[in-house]
Design a protein around this ligand. Structure first.
Ligand code: NAP
Length: 241
């Protein structure tokens, strides 16, 4: 049986690292993307010591050259890609919208939206060489227009994180457009919401462990051929856009 090849962006720590570990533990060969090669190598070395099938690749989602180099390198090493997990992300604006700076907004959109688009576009030719391509965009319930517009929503961070929320709403639109575009090709594209997970992003205040947070992205990465495409999901099932 041919092995399944996955690429996870932002894989050196947090949810991306754990998604990589869980996929590798299921026998998937995981190419772990990291913008800092040393940090990437460190994570890979830890997993290799556990016998997991992983390798590292330098990949900064905000750099066109870095992403193109990574795509060329994955093609050289493996000739195709079966799973792409767009996980790399930042959350800078833990302030009300009135205090959000233009700089923070631009940086957030550049990483979380343009970055995910850039990586998807660059790796699409390799995904098309797969028999069953899967794209998972790691999103957030905070990016749901429905939840944000609900006056009774219990989201603790309401009125904060406009840049981050907008970036995840836009990421969900990327999911919908690529899912529509790729219908009938065998490539499935979905957004996965990890839930509030204890990582550096929220100074470890999240209520879920990374093991729990990684579950939905991993499930979507390994969807069977009759699984959904063009949806947004959490551990609890389909989520509102
Ligand atoms: P994290 O611990 O802060 O890790 C973020 C990862 O993204 C790091 O590996 C970081 O690399 C990488 N990254 C940032 N900018 C990058 C760039 N330009 N190019 C490549 N990699 C880059 O955050 P996390 O909580 O694991 O978040 C992972 C994903 O889950 C994000 O998309 C986040 O929005 C999403 N999410 C998180 C939660 C949560 O509660 N934690 C909830 C919903 C969704 P460096 O080490 O080099 O900085």
């Amino acid at each position: 049986m041919t092995e399944t090849i996955a690429l996870v962006t932002g894989a050196n720590r947090g949810i991306g690292r754990e998604v990589s570990r869980q996929l590798a533990a299921k026998g998937v060969h995981v190419v772990m993307g990291a913008r800092d090669p040393q940090r990437g190598e460190k994570a890979v070395a830890e997993f290799k010591a556990q016998g997991l099938p992983v390798e590292s690749i330098e990949l900064d989602v905000t750099s066109q050259a870095s992403v193109e180099n990574a795509a060329a390198e994955v093609e050289r090493r493996h000739g195709r890609l079966d799973i792409l997990v767009n996980n790399a992300g930042i959350a800078l604006d833990w302030v009300p919208a009135s205090e959000l700076t233009v700089d923070a907004l631009e940086k957030t959109l550049e990483t979380n939206v343009v970055g995910a688009f850039r990586v998807t576009k660059a790796f699409l030719p390799l995904l098309k060489k797969s028999k069953r391509g899967r794209i998972v965009n790691v999103s957030s319930r905070i990016g749901s227009l429905t939840v944000n517009a609900d006056p009774n929503s219990s989201l603790a961070v309401r009125n904060q994180l406009l840049a981050y929320s907008a970036s995840k709403a836009a990421l969900n639109m990327i999911t919908i457009h690529f899912a529509n575009l790729l219908k009938g090709t065998g490539i499935k594209v979905n957004s996965g919401n990890p839930g509030f997970t204890a990582t550096d992003m929220n100074r470890h205040t999240g209520t879920k462990t990374v093991e729990q947070g990684a579950r939905t992205p991993v499930r979507l990465a390994l969807l069977p051929d009759d699984g959904p495409t063009g949806g947004v999901f959490s551990d609890e099932g389909p989520e509102p856009w």
